[in-house]
Write a protein that binds this ligand. Structure first.
Ligand SMILES: [Zn+2]
Length: 791
């Protein structure tokens, strides 16, 4: 097994890492038990403009190439939301294909010891760099996948000097069809309705997580994401604003020159021109957000580019192919210097070196103001994430956050002793994310509050949001250490599972609080199982312990209490009796007219529901349900039959949950609640003050965080309407981009309210509690609104 001449200390070091990394290499998962290349044909919606390859033809095609070329390996790296396979093609010269583990090991060393990696690469001689190609993440943008396959065939079979030169320098990683569902259905989105190129912050979809795994395992030096359609062909880098968490100077010099190389090759091969937003536009096409594939990849050291092919026809395939070919030739010509600067990105992070401004010769002076405002990031020394109460608002969400960070290749450690930060003494076992780490930019973009950009004149975003912040929006407490803290920490590979407890004895009943998503998940399961679950409609005290409004009560069954504690990590309390105002819970039949984020939240929380469309509502379908959850449909958008049907539904005691402006307006138009409201554009993380007595606000901190995307708030509450939550008074914006929020009148205004009209309960929420599946902390607010109809 051991090759002559490799028995050096470096070899042994590599061997260890190869063995370790072999454990985390993608495994081939076979859907349906058959070989991955046996794909059942199904009705598909191909391109209307050229003979695009069908999804069902891709696997047999890749298998054929794999069999006929010793340069190609195909792996199934996961499944789409609709259960279809995702294919990763790894392609290089045959010698490299036998040493992929070694290449990955050196890529890992780039993170662990960037300076040593540089030495190893210098000695290695012909070290090849990984280039990642992502095919057609938007299903209806067909040419990306066809161009990717043409590229694979060229490099698998041909022997021109250009092909030889590329194979000598590159390991190509091709995610051939990033969105199988969208390709089959001819849609931008996957089968869950998610735009995958907006999902790299939340990572709620399996397709996204499969790509994250490729990026963390390989740290590709280049990422090319193949889209359509912009004329002339659009090749990034972008206009401002640029996120300050990037090492943008290192990125830009290579990304810009590589864009020029793509432009040149496009012209040579197709005669078509290109536009490069960085060079050609002042604003409107930015790389601020980590929700996009190439921008997310930049945090793993990639020179990332979105490519927008200009044509829906075969010309669109030609253009993608030509541009990618230009990039590959550019990499072959500049590999060593580009790699040196990629390692420099990690070295700056690992050694906590300062960021640098964009070199003058690359700077577009018309964009200077925005660079000057945003380019240099001051990183804190560490983020501190307590594991348990009383320092942590949710041990479940803390564990979720830590596991998410680790999955994203962010280093997390755990304190070996207690320590004090800003007057708080944190126990041993508290998580610490040191910011002197190779991927500090990624760590910071997940963990910071984000800036408030509202007052920057002339700022535009191609596709908001401007902020995310996982701890704030996921409901995991975290502290910021601006200066070094002198403590011992050890690396962790996964978060500790939240440990629950059962307190007290001689139970008349057991209670647990609505403070974690887990509490809702298990509640919905227990109701399904037929367990009697009740819900306290106000705060109560029992045996000297105070319980949140909305707390859950189950019978005095100690094995059930132990199950809740041991399997679900809940703190369960023996209480003397069920509080008087407790309401019996039952499964509600829920009709949902909402977006993908809301549906995702309902699934996470464990609610069963049916999606209804406009014609269903017009046909009276909602009358078969207990509750109508509406985010997207206006009263005026229904026909007379639909409005009459909903009126009957409400008169018969049907409950309503309305989200954002549209859902709120429908309740007003239907006459089921007496309120006025106002709304403004803007997206931001906001401070919200929750009622201490209202069950819709149950389980939240008195002051907590939420997200708005076009905020709606109430300017008048009629008789009997209750406010559950308000925007905090004064400066309620934590971060984001809501120009003019100061004059909006939103500060201190109700933002979640409810009222009753006979037996019909209505709850209205002006926050965006489920935006693209990201703000997990407020998923519970949606559940409280649904439970509010129980009576
Ligand atoms: Zn696209």
């Amino acid at each position: 097994m051991l090759k002559k001449g490799l028995k050096t200390p470096i070899f042994w070091y590599l061997l260890v890492i190869v063995c370790v990394s072999a454990l985390i290499l993608p495994t081939t998962v076979l859907a349906g038990g058959g070989a991955w290349w046996d794909v059942e044909p199904e009705p598909e919606d191909p391109s209307d403009f050229y003979d695009s390859i069908l999804y069902s033809e891709i696997a047999p095609k890749l298998r054929e190439i794999e069999k006929n070329s010793n340069r190609v390996k195909v792996d199934v790296i996961g499944q789409s939301a609709g259960g279809r396979n995702l294919f990763l093609v790894t392609l290089s010269d045959p010698q490299a294909m036998g040493r992929l583990g070694q290449y990955q090991a050196i890529r890992n060393t780039m993170l662990k010891d960037p300076e040593k990696a540089q030495e190893m690469i210098d000695k290695f001689g012909d070290f090849k760099v990984p280039v990642f190609i992502n095919g057609s993440i938007h299903g209806g943008e067909y040419p990306g996948t066809d161009a990717a396959i043409r590229l694979i065939e060229t490099l698998a079979y041909e022997d021109t000097p250009e092909v030889q030169n590329i194979l000598k320098n590159v390991i190509l990683l091709v995610n051939v069809v990033q969105n199988p569902d969208g390709r089959v259905m001819g849609t931008r989105r996957n089968a869950n309705g998610f735009d995958l190129n907006r999902d790299f912050i939340a990572q709620s979809q399996s397709e996204t997580r499969a790509t994250v795994k490729i990026l963390t395992e390989w740290n590709p030096m280049i990422t090319l994401d193949l889209h359509g359609f912009v004329t002339p062909m659009l090749i990034e880098p972008t206009t401002p604003p640029h996120n300050p968490n990037y090492e943008y100077d290192l990125y830009l010099q290579w990304a810009l020159n590589q864009a020029y190389a793509m432009e040149d090759e496009l012209l040579v091969q197709t005669g078509l021109p290109a536009l490069i937003p960085y060079r050609d536009w002042e604003d409107g096409w930015d790389d601020w957000g980590a929700q996009y594939v190439p921008m997310y990849a930049m945090y793993h050291g990639s020179y990332g580019h979105t490519l927008e092919t200009p044509s829906r026809t075969e010309v669109g395939v030609d253009a993608h192919y030509a541009a990618v070919w230009g990039a590959l030739k550019f990499v072959a010509a500049n590999r060593e210097a580009m790699l040196h600067d990629q390692i420099e990105i990690f070295r700056r992070g690992a050694l906590d070196l300062p960021q640098m401004l964009i070199p003058d010769e690359l700077l577009d002076q018309t964009q200077w103001d925005q660079y000057n405002l945003m380019t240099i990031q001051e990183f804190p020394a560490a983020y501190v994430i307590p594991a348990d109460q009383p320092f942590q608002q949710s041990s479940h969400q803390a564990a979720r956050l830590v596991d998410f960070l680790l999955f994203n290749d962010v280093e997390v450690e755990q304190a070996s002793q207690s320590f004090t930060l800003d007057g708080t003494n944190y126990p041993k076992g508290t998580y610490v994310v040191w910011m002197d780490q190779p991927k500090r930019g990624l760590a910071n973009t997940f963990l910071e509050d984000g800036p408030d950009l509202s007052d920057i004149i002339g700022l535009t975003f191609y596709s908001p949001p401007a902020v995310w912040s996982h701890p704030l929006l996921w409901g995991a407490s975290r502290a910021v250490a601006e200066a070094e803290i002198a403590i011992q920490t050890t690396p962790v590979n996964n978060a500790d599972k939240p440990s629950g407890s059962v307190s007290g004895n001689k139970a008349g009943a057991y209670a647990y609080e609505p403070t974690s998503i887990a509490a809702y998940q298990v509640t919905n399961k227990l109701i399904d199982r037929g367990v009697v679950v009740q819900r306290a409609s106000s705060a109560f005290a029992d045996r000297g312990i105070s319980f949140e409004p909305g707390s859950f009560i189950v019978p005095a069954d100690s094995s059930l209490a132990n199950e809740l504690a041991n399997q679900h990590g809940l703190d369960v309390f023996a209480i003397s009796e069920t509080p008087e105002n407790a309401v019996m819970m039952k499964e509600q039949k829920i009709a949902v007219y909402a977006d993908e984020g809301t549906r995702h939240a309902l699934e996470v929380l464990g609610f069963d529901y049916d999606e209804v469309g406009r014609s269903d509502v017009n046909d009276g379908v909602v009358e078969n349900y207990d509750l109508f959850l509406n985010r997207n449909r206006s009263w005026g958008g229904l026909d007379d039959d639909g409005r009459a049907s909903l009126t009957r539904f409400f008169s018969a005691g049907g409950d309503y949950v309305g989200l954002r402006s549209t859902g709120i307006q429908m309740a007003i138009d239907a006459g089921i609640i007496d309120v006025d409201f106002d709304a403004e554009d803007g997206n931001a993380i906001v401070n919200v003050k929750y009622s201490a007595t209202d069950a819709v606000a149950g389980g939240f901190l008195d002051e907590d965080y939420a997200f708005v995307f076009t905020a709606a708030w109430f300017t008048r509450l009629g008789a009997g309407v209750v406010s559950s939550a308000e925007f905090s008074v004064g400066d309620f914006i934590v971060s984001g981009f809501w120009p003019g929020w100061q004059g909006s009148g939103a500060a201190g205004s109700p933002v979640v309210v409810h009222g009753a009209d006979g037996d019909s309960d209505t709850t209205l929420i002006g926050l965006d509690v489920t935006f693209r599946g990201h703000p997990e902390n407020t998923f519970r607010l949606l559940a409280n609104a649904i439970y509010n109809g129980l009576d």
